[in-house]
Write a protein that binds this ligand. Structure first.
Ligand code: PMP
Length: 307
């Protein structure tokens, strides 16, 4: 289990994590009406902590709020204020190891009814140890009996807390069946993503991943993998993916903040790549881990020192 650090950001400043509480009458609690993101902060040796792709995390949070119609938060915040708050919560906890920072915009209005506009919001950030949610030596996945919520019901592109009940159903179903995680299909049967990570397959030396119009979260690590692939000259395609393409893929991997790049060794009882880490997955993962820590000159703009 991840360990949560004692200091949090709540509202307009730092407080004890134990004191950062929402009312049982708030829309956040009643309807799951919060949007969030989780970003990695790495610490290498004596260097200052590095925040990963802060601008993209801020933008996705803004976009999630816009999609849901939460409109009182964005006017009060900016990318600069967001970065300063991340730095403040990391400093307040004297972080000296790799951590995840979870940032949520909560609708804390009490009993507002089922609506989103013109009602009170507050921001929270807390820090936890960076514990991967999938086995990094190889994950086993099972196609879920639960389908991904479509864009016309609750958009997966918006990272809205209440929608994660869909992920809970599918992940628990996978665990109950002895697997590590699920594969979500959309209503038409195309592959979307895992419960909290995006998915890639490799065939004939080329990367394939479901397109962003496929009922999935626009993962920041997904876009990082695509950028690294471009830089390495690896062809990459974003398109509809059939489930059976995973069954015959040379390699499959998942990516996301809390999975890094996790090789997939089994899909629905079909072994992938002899149950070992594929060569392209290994190359991408090595480069990705360097990018994440700010050790790759080409992608040095992806990290922000939080000193
Ligand atoms: N899909 C879902 C449903 C997720 O919850 C996550 C984790 N945030 C991802 C994909 C991966 O997104 P990211 O790379 O931004 O962490």
């Amino acid at each position: 289990m991840a360990r949560v650090y004692p200091r949090a950001w709540f509202g307009d400043g730092i407080s004890a994590t134990a004191d950062a509480r929402l009312s049982i009458t708030s829309a956040a609690v009643l309807y799951g009406l919060s949007v969030y993101t989780v970003l990695p902060v790495t610490v290498s040796g004596e260097s200052v902590p590095m925040g990963f792709r802060l601008a993209e995390h801020y933008r996705r949070l803004v976009n999630s709020a816009r999609i849901i119609g939460i409109d009182t938060w964005e006017p009060a915040w900016s990318e600069e204020r967001f970065a300063a708050a991340v730095a403040a919560v990391v400093r307040a906890n004297e972080v000296a190891e790799d951590v995840f920072v979870r940032v949520s915009v909560h609708v804390d209005a009490e009993m507002p009814g089922t609506r989103s506009r013109g009602i009170s919001t507050c921001l929270s950030m807390f820090v936890s140890t960076a514990e991967p949610i999938l086995p990094l030596e190889g994950a086993r996945l099972k196609t879920s009996v639960w389908r991904r919520i479509p864009d016309f019901a609750i958009p997966s592109r918006a990272k809205v807390n209440g929608a994660y009940v869909n992920s809970v159903l599918a992940k628990q179903d996978a665990i109950d069946s002895g697997y590590d995680d699920c594969i979500f299909l959309d209503a038409a049967g195309h592959v979307c993503e895992l419960s909290a990570a995006n998915i890639f397959l490799v065939r004939g030396g080329e990367l394939v991943t479901p397109s962003t119009a496929q009922d999935l979260l626009e993962g920041i690590n997904r876009s990082t993998v695509l950028a690294i692939a471009r830089s390495m000259g690896v062809p990459a395609h974003e398109r509809e993916v059939d489930l059976t393409e995973l069954y015959i893929a040379d390699e499959v991997f998942a990516c996301g903040t809390s999975t890094y790049i996790a090789p997939v060794v089994e899909v629905d009882a079909r072994v992938v790549n002899g149950a070992s880490v594929g060569p392209l997955t290994a190359r991408l993962r090595q480069r990705y881990l360097a990018v994440l820590r700010g050790e790759d000159a080409e992608f040095s703009s992806f990290v922000t020192p939080l000193g």
